[in-house]
Design a binder for this molecule. Structure first.
Ligand SMILES: *Cc1c(COP(=O)(O)O)cnc(C)c1O
Length: 406
């Protein structure tokens, strides 16, 4: 039987597997070591009470004739789509039509599946370091060439480092798709509206698409940082935006996200202009059977006044942890980025230490687990990611231990 050679030849899911392996080996050798994990990429606080209540109530009602719901609409229930348009976009001056919003089981599946709409030979650009899903999903479709020395031969890398203030350069040649994620995973950095406008203008001129991953938008605290790419004029013609309830409302185990595809975003098939919205509808109605009713009811409750208030309490808790990490490390002389509009702090390793060497040092001397920047792409070398998803107590303790060994 012939298999997909592109998937077979992908480099192994190296980063978190390797971290797990090193942590396990260390624990076996040092069973009394009390490790603190600041590598967690998952939320830890429970779902907000009013959201959990709606989730449970609607699930119970599924067991009654009146409350039963079968297949959900392919693109989502109108009550959730309307809540998103009204509560998430209208207040920022963005008007959307209901058919431009697609409810899904999460942003990772959305950004991973979206590339099915791109031509087989479409050129792809990503910021570097990067959330690996954009890269691997295109590699599986055979768009990125070969993987050599940590780089894909056919992928356009846009390096983001302290030298350029984590502002990605424009692609040096034409590309068809640029993936942007802000607030960024892993660097925790953001772009202003003017900085994003440079990309939107370029995409309009080059007939390129921007896939904008806004999974962390709920963490934005600064006023001049846009929560949606559609706050930038022209974005409605060249941008798709992916959002998720995972980081906003602790839905990593519940599963719900949404993607915005304006009807005015088009690409080419031969000499014809084709709407991406129409292609995504066609794809979704074939391959998806909707998201469960209780999950969509719980998601809508996130936009209700009490739900919103509760959800923002957890966001503030994580942001306070991020601030504890950042200020503590800076006081000890570290160079840190992110952590203001994001649950991630991106620190430069001391004395240009390799990121895996720094990982081993912190594991051994501080009993703290983080994530080596090199695992997110070549430009992540020399950096280290710490996350704000642990408890305040453990976070404080971890910062003390880390600064103690620097
Ligand atoms: C966590 C995360 C997501 C969210 O994915 P879900 O599938 O909705 O849980 C999307 N993009 C990035 C960059 C993330 O870090």
């Amino acid at each position: 039987m012939k298999l997909n050679a592109h998937i077979a030849s992908l480099p192994a899911g190296y980063l978190f597997a390797e971290i797990g392996k090193r942590v396990k080996a260390y624990q076996t050798a040092h069973p009394d070591a009390d490790l603190i994990r600041l590598g967690i990429g998952d939320v830890t606080r429970p779902i907000a009470p009013s959201v959990a209540r709606v989730f449970a109530d609607t699930a119970l009602k599924m067991g009654t004739p009146e409350g039963f719901h079968g297949y959900a609409p392919d693109y989502g229930y109108n009550f959730l789509i309307d809540a998103i348009i009204r509560a998430d976009y209208a207040p920022r001056g963005v008007s959307l039509k209901p058919e431009e919003v697609f409810i899904s089981d999460g942003a990772k599946p959305d950004v991973g599946n979206l590339q099915e709409l791109f031509g087989a030979d479409a050129r792809i650009a990503v910021t570097d370091p990067v959330y690996p899903v954009y890269v691997d999903s295109n590699a599986m479709a055979g768009r990125l060439g070969s993987f050599d020395g940590g780089r894909w031969s056919g992928l356009c890398y846009l390096p983001c480092t302290a030298e350029n203030g984590f502002i990605p350069p424009l692609p040096p040649e034409h590309v068809d798709v640029i993936y942007l994620c802000y607030p960024n995973n892993p660097t925790g950095t953001v772009l202003t509206k003017d900085q994003l406008k440079v990309f939107v203008d370029w995409a309009l001129k080059e007939d390129a698409l921007i896939v904008y991953d806004a999974a962390y938008k709920a963490f934005i605290t600064e006023k001049d940082i846009p929560q949606s790419i559609y706050e930038v004029p022209g974005a409605e013609k060249c941008c798709i935006e992916c959002c998720s309830f995972s980081k906003t409302a602790g839905f990593t185990g519940v599963r719900c996200g949404y993607m915005i595809i304006p009807t005015s975003v088009t690409g080419t098939v031969g000499n014809e202009r084709v709407s991406l919205n129409r292609l995504w509808q066609r794809r979704m109605s074939t391959k998806s059977n909707g998201v469960s009713y209780p999950v969509q009811c719980a998601a809508a409750q996130v936009f209700a006044p009490d739900g919103h208030r509760e959800v923002m309490e957890s966001i503030s808790y994580y942001l306070n942890n991020a601030s504890v990490i950042r200020t503590g490390l800076e006081k000890a002389g570290c160079r840190c980025f992110g952590g203001v509009n994001s649950p991630y702090v991106w620190m430069q390793t001391p004395d240009g230490m390799k990121s895996w060497d720094f990982f081993d040092l912190l594991l051994d001397k501080a009993h703290v687990v983080g994530t080596p920047g090199e695992g997110f792409g070549p430009s992540g070398e020399g950096y280290f990611r710490l996350t704000a998803f642990n408890t305040l107590e453990k976070t404080k303790e971890a910062v003390e231990r880390v600064t103690g060994v620097l």
